[in-house]
Design a protein around this ligand. Structure first.
Ligand SMILES: [Fe+2]
Ligand SMILES: [Fe+2]
Length: 211
């Protein structure tokens, strides 16, 4: 497999510094459990990147930064939403930081950690709900977020199946994750299902099941 040219452009000194900064920031701003999750998503993303011929360092960096604003409160979120002019709906805001952290995190990673890479930006921005036609890095991060080894076996997604499927067929793994999440949310009464999640599910359902 060919690794994209952008692989070679990631300066190793800058990469190392950003990882160190991201780890330090996480230890100060999120729970110990979340720190482990962040590290595990980075490692899982790197493994998937190697499997699918993507730049492992970029994937590792995206994993390390994906939940950088997960510890933000709503006041802080609103400050950054205004500052960056991020489009969010009231429904998204009503779920606290569950969805908003991905959008805010993408902008924050760019400004605070100086990660000026559009592929990493998009991977962080879409990591909670995905989108139709995700890039390879978006699929890697979206999947790694669910299958990393620290995830509870009581997860809404079938982890045992997904952990091997992710290394066999990434599109199918993305589909299975979106399917499981949408089905799980449907079982909850009066729960808001983000339209973007449904669009992601419908796209991958059509792509894989309705040829
Ligand atoms: Fe997240
Ligand atoms: Fe995460």
């Amino acid at each position: 497999m060919i690794i994209t040219n952008k692989t070679m452009n990631l300066d190793i000194a800058q990469f190392t510094k950003t990882i160190r900064d991201a780890d330090e920031f996480a230890r100060l701003h999120v729970s110990a459990h979340r720190v482990l999750h962040i590290r595990d998503v980075a490692i899982e993303s790197r493994r998937l990147a190697i499997r699918y011929g993507y730049d492992p360092r970029k994937a590792y960096l995206a994993g390390y930064l994906h939940d950088c604003t997960k510890g933000f409160g709503m006041e802080e979120n609103r400050k950054y939403i205004d500052k960056y002019g991020i489009e969010v709906t009231e429904e998204e805001l009503s779920l606290g930081n569950n969805l908003v952290h991905s959008k805010v995190g993408a902008f924050f990673a760019k400004e605070h950690f100086g990660v000026d890479d559009p592929e990493i930006f998009d991977a962080i921005y879409y990591h909670t709900v995905g989108r139709p036609g995700m890039t390879l890095l978006e699929k890697i991060l979206y999947t790694a977020d669910y299958i990393e080894p620290g995830r509870d076996m009581n997860s809404a997604v079938p982890l045992k199946k997904l952990r091997s499927l992710a290394y066999e067929d990434l599109d199918r793994a993305v589909y299975e994750i979106t399917f499981s999440i949408v089905e799980y949310l449907k079982t909850l009464k009066d729960t808001y299902i983000c339209p973007e999640s449904l669009k992601t599910f419908e796209y991958y359902d059509k792509l894989l099941n309705r040829k």
